[in-house]
Design a protein around this ligand. Structure first.
Ligand code: CP
Length: 316
C-alpha cells in the first residue's frame, strides 16, 4: 500500500480499497480521543492552514477540531473577501499557496472552482486536502460517509446504495468513485437536469460500477441498505457565495425522504446526508432508527483526525 505521509488528498478516484480500510483503522485508534473530549500531543508542533473560498460549517470546523484534538494549531481564512485573493488583486492560487506553505504543515482548501485544490497541490510543498471544489469532489466527506456506513453496517461489500438528489454534486462524484472499490450496487434518483452527465457515466462505466437510474424514490426504497442524500434545491457551487433570493421552491416527492416513505424501507437501512439540508429530508426522519447523519458529525472529526495524522506522517 502507498504511504499516506506527505500525500495530497484531492480525489477518491484512484483511492484503493485497502486504503479505505487503513484509514478506518487509524480512525478507530484515534476515536477515543474525540469521544472522551481529550487533547493529545500526536500533532504537537504541526499547524493546519484552512483556505476556504466558499462557506462551510462542517468541513472547516471538523478539520480544525481534529487538529486541535491532536494537539496541533490552526490558522487560515474562512472568508476569501478578507484576503488578497478576494479583493482588487484577485491573487492567484499559485501566489497564495506559495505564502500559505510557509505558515503551516498542511493546507485544507475549499474552492468554487473545480480543480483548484489540485492546482494548489502543484505549487505547495506541503500536503493539500480538498475540502470540496466546485461541482468536482468532496473526498473527506465521502471518507466520513464510508467510515460511518462501515461502522454502522459492519461491511461495505454486498450493500445497495440509493443515491437521491443533485448528481452534479461533488459528494455524488466522490461517492461514485468510492462505491466502485467495493461490491456495491447503486441506484441514482435525480431530476433530469441534475442527472449524471454522459461524461461521468463513461468514468463510472470504466470503473465497472453497477448502477441504474430511476425516476422516483418509491421505486428503489425497498432495495436500499444505504440512502445517501443531497438537496435538489441547491445553490450554485461554482460561485464563491450564493445568497438566497426570494422563494427557492420545494423538493418534489420523487427526491424526498419522509417517515411514511421509510415504512417501505428495510428495517435496518440507514440514511446519510452530508448536510446542510432543505426540505428533501424532513425533520420527522431524525427521530427514526434510520437516521445516521448526526453520528456523522462525530465521525467527521474522527476522519479528519485520521487523515491529518496520516498525511503528516504521525501514523503510518
Ligand atoms: N457537508 C459539508 O460539506 O458541509 P459544509 O458545507 O458545512 O462544510
Amino acid at each position: 500500500m502507498r504511504s499516506f505521509a506527505g500525500r495530497d488528498i484531492l480525489s477518491l478516484k484512484g483511492f484503493e480499497r485497502e486504503e479505505y480500510f487503513r484509514v478506518f483503522e487509524v480512525c478507530d485508534k484515534l476515536a477515543p480521543i474525540a469521544r472522551d473530549r481529550l487533547i493529545s500531543d500526536l500533532l504537537a508542533n504541526k499547524i493546519l492552514v484552512t483556505a476556504f473560498y466558499q462557506p462551510s460549517t462542517r468541513t472547516r470546523l471538523a478539520h480544525e477540531a481534529a487538529m486541535l484534538r491532536l494537539g496541533g494549531q490552526v490558522t487560515g481564512f474562512s472568508d476569501v473577501k478578507m484576503t488578497r485573493a478576494g479583493d482588487f488583486y484577485q491573487e492567484s492560487i499559485k501566489d497564495t499557496v506559495h505564502m500559505l506553505e510557509y505558515y503551516g504543515d498542511v493546507i485544507v482548501m475549499r474552492h468554487f472552482q473545480q480543480g483548484a485544490p489540485a492546482e494548489a497541490a502543484r505549487w505547495a510543498s506541503i500536503p493539500v486536502i480538498n475540502a470540496g471544489d466546485g461541482w468536482g469532489e468532496h473526498p473527506t466527506q465521502v471518507l466520513t460517509d464510508m467510515y460511518t456506513i462501515f461502522k454502522e453496517m459492519g461491511r461495505l461489500d454486498g450493500l445497495h446504495f440509493v443515491l437521491v438528489g443533485d448528481m452534479r454534486m461533488r459528494t455524488m462524484h466522490s461517492m461514485s468513485y468510492a462505491m466502485a472499490q467495493f461490491d456495491i450496487e447503486a441506484t441514482y434518483i435525480s431530476p433530469p437536469e441534475m442527472s449524471l452527465t454522459d461524461e461521468f457515466k463513461v468514468e463510472i462505466d470504466e470503473l465497472n460500477l453497477r448502477y441504474r437510474e430511476v425516476e422516483h424514490i418509491e421505486e428503489a426504497i425497498a432495495d436500499a441498505d444505504v440512502i445517501y442524500m443531497e438537496p435538489v434545491v441547491q445553490p450554485d457551487y461554482t460561485k464563491s457565495r450564493d445568497e438566497r433570493e426570494g422563494d427557492v421552491g420545494l423538493t418534489p416527492a420523487n427526491y424526498q425522504v419522509t417517515k411514511k416513505l421509510m415504512r417501505s424501507a428495510k428495517p435496518d437501512s440507514i440514511i446519510l446526508h452530508s448536510l446542510p439540508r432543505m426540505d428533501e429530508l424532513l425533520e420527522e426522519v431524525d427521530y427514526t432508527r434510520h437516521a445516521r447523519y448526526w453520528v456523522e458529525a462525530f465521525n467527521g472529526v474522527v476522519m479528519r483526525m485520521g487523515l491529518l495524522a496520516l498525511v503528516l506522517g504521525a501514523m503510518e
